[in-house]
Design a binder for this molecule. Sequence first.
Ligand SMILES: [Zn+2]
Length: 325
Amino acid sequence: MTIARRALPLRHSLLVAAVAVLCALAVTFIRPPAARGAEHRAPRASHSLLASSLASNANDSTRMAFLDTLRGASKKLRARFLSPRRAAGIPVLRELFGEPVAQRPGVYTTGDSTGGFHFITMRPFADKVQGRIGTYRIGNFPSERRTAARAITPEGFLEVTLANQDTRISEHFRLRDFLTKDQHHVWPKYLVLREPLLDKLELVLSELRTMGITANQLKVMSGFRTPQYNAQGVGAGGRVTDSRHQYGDAADVYVVNGSKDWMADLNGDGRVDTRDARVLAQAAERVEQRYPELIGGVGIYKATSAHGPFVHIDVRGTRARWGEL
Ligand SMILES: [Zn+2]
């Protein structure tokens, strides 16, 4: 009698322990693959998954599998951008980098066999006072105007310094590639940039190569444009007031193959014109067909004396086409 009474709680506690171990294994093995499909649609969800998957009890292969999901559809992203508030909500980032990751803007790098992954803590949007952060002029976003038709306000600004400007945020792009081209002597500079744009540009470059076209480098002629810079060019034949470039999800790009900083002869007809831009636009079209979550604008621009033909690519979330398609 006494033995039976003692055996029951023992069996019970063994059962509880077994269930706990099975649950722990399920968490370890199920979470990383579950995050894959949600990457673009739910960045917030993937960041909280990051927290659990990079937890100290996760083994190295689990960690690597999870970092892999942060590399985007192209698998070429090397950075994620976080507001301080969001960084604070991911305990593992604070474990890895300490409290500064949630307090001090900057680049926080985790080393791994493929050259590191950067978590970049942004300056909060509220740090922009009277259109500036420090002495860097940014201006006011359309959403800050009372008559704003839409209310898109960037989450924050990437702080670009002389020291971090060369940080590789994806396989082929650096932070400085996307800076507004003004205020050359003012540092730090500030940048709004969204990871899906980087992902799409990497995919377009791969797609060109898949199409059998030589494409050594995809050059960004214009990436982020501060509202104050964008406003200078608004007008007939120029920029639009509500340009996607202000939201960090648009870039004007062209392919460079040789030493000359000019669009390459992509269709091989011996000259460089809008037809080459059309080849680049076709690659963007093919990428959108395969990755509808990266849908956006594609516009073709012809050469002027100042620049060669180029293509505008963005990830606005709805299809838009213009120019000589
Ligand atoms: Zn553009």
